[in-house]
Design a protein. Structure first.
Length: 191
């Protein structure tokens, strides 16, 4: 199986994440997309994160109606902070019959050269890229032989905006799957 790994803190998961994941699995050669709930992204402040299992629960609730999209906690047992190269080595060892590819936004691709062991990632894994609107586009300096641009809808929703809006008492219900919104509301998250 060709598995697309879609990494994120999903703090919270929103409809934009689902649109991207579903578009990738339906419009590429990926068999499944695994939503990798990241405990600690080296580029984000840990203090802003909900508990790992609360975020995983939101991803479970968001994806239960999508049989080709699976939540996973594979990074929870790995050393912190989480680095993609370590996760790839872990899943390859655990699932030797699967091929693992990365899913990332075009903006993240621009910064791939900053990732730990990025050359190894580029040379050994396909990368499926979805478009993003962002400033300061750069010419890519590494080989693009394993990089596939998938023309997914451009979704300008962010978890940061959702958290800020909840804190300000704004209605964000349309931005999240209904079950996730109900969970966030019931648990009084981000208030």
């Amino acid at each position: 199986m060709n598995i697309g790994l879609y990494f994120g803190t999903f703090n919270p998961i929103h409809v934009g994440h689902l649109i991207i994941a579903n578009h990738m699995v339906e419009n590429s050669d990926l068999d499944e997309v695994w939503m990798v709930v990241t405990p600690h992204n080296p580029f984000k402040k840990k203090a802003t994160l909900l508990d790992n299992y609360q975020r995983l629960e939101m991803v479970y609730q968001a994806t239960e109606d999508y049989p080709k999209i699976k939540p996973t906690d594979i990074e929870f047992q790995l050393s912190k902070p989480s680095y993609t190269i370590h996760t790839l080595a872990h899943v390859q060892e655990k699932y030797p019959n699967h091929q693992f590819s990365l899913i990332m936004g075009e903006d993240n691709l621009q910064n791939l050269h900053k990732w730990k062991n990025h050359e190894e990632i580029i040379n050994n894994h396909n990368i499926y890229v979805y478009p993003r609107i962002f400033e300061n586009r750069k010419e890519l300096t590494f080989s693009q032989k394993f990089i596939y641009k998938i023309y997914a809808p451009i979704v300008e929703i962010s978890s940061t905006h959702i958290r800020k809006s909840i804190l300000e008492g704004k209605n964000v219900k349309p931005l999240m799957p209904l079950k996730v919104w109900e969970y966030v509301d019931k648990m009084n998250f981000y208030k």
